[in-house]
Design a protein around this ligand. Sequence first.
Ligand code: NAD
Ligand code: ZN
Length: 360
Amino acid sequence: MQFKNFPMVSRIIFGRGSFNQLAEILEPKRLNTRAPFIFFVDDVFKGNAWLTSRIPLAYDDKVIYISTKEEPKTSQIDTLVEQIILNYKERPSGIIGIGGGSIMDIAKAVAIMLTNDGESKDYQGWDLVKHPAIYHVGIPTISGTGAEVSRTTILTGPERKLGINSDYTPFDQVILDPELTKEVPKDQWFYTGMDCFVHCIESLNGTYLNAFSKSYGEKAYELCKEIFLEDHLTEIEAQDKLMMASWHGGMSIAYSQVGVAHAMSYGLGYLLGIKHGIGNCIVFDHLEDYYPDGVKLFKQMKAKHNINLPKGICANLTEDQFDIMINVALSLEPLWENALGKHWKKQITPEVLKALYKKM
Ligand code: NAD
Ligand code: ZN
């Protein structure tokens, strides 16, 4: 048995208003006045002075606004890296991502690709990165993905949707300031929050489960139930708790794995561009055979918050399109093995997946 020896975020600060400490956190990390800090900021914050006026800029530091309408692509990472290399004589002092899971992943991937040759698609997989990334900081503005704590950065490449999983991927610093999530729209709050809930269900019901993952997974699961099903929390408490649930959910899967919903959601994402959070919701809604208790709670949460998920998204797909989705899902073998054990192939066939996709 080979045990994972995984790296963690080196430094973390938590609290409402902790974003104000960004300048003092970055100052000692500046290599010299020509080595800028590059801030990748979700373009939803363009013109939002409450947040952007607090980004501490000096010398050649730069804010780059990024649209998150689509999930991060390897080509997008390569373009950003090229832009930085062409515009600055020196390697940046650091990359700071401010946004949701998409921006977290872009910040991590660019920090890696600034010190590693070739294209980012070459590093999709496990432990392919050769050199440490440059200093990178994650500042989540929406809670649920666990991308702030994970050792992966999920990218859609020409051939697959797969993470750069490496010891150099995790952030050097994370700032958890729940106040930054206060304007997240309701539906998005639910979709990304459910990503965390699904992480817990898949981890806690998986064959890879161990006491490490269980302790984090159970905490995140309890927090999700409190946030999404009970009525006694203030908005501030709910924001604080969801940020910690996201962290714990991420820690839980760090030492186990996700399962059926994620495998199938990757298929939807790859073929139809359906984003991670809502994709997980669409799939999870139909997984009562695999996660009966979790799906029951999920349906209660959905009803309580009046969430209407899209229907019929696979109604007009061709046979070839089904095959593409099914192949993407089936290629994620560790997810299936975690969900159903070593002999999962006896249970999960292309026909089984097709029947499930057809319900969505
Ligand atoms: P996201 O980053 O795409 O953001 C979702 C939406 O919320 C966007 O429209 C964004 O503009 C908006 N938003 C974010 N913060 C806001 C705020 N404070 N106020 C108003 N609007 C705000 O979504 P996400 O669900 O956080 O992340 C999904 C991405 O994360 C996917 O690309 C997925 O692959 C990735 N992911 C990565 C990991 C990992 O471990 N690396 C884990 C899970 C998911
Ligand atoms: Zn997820």
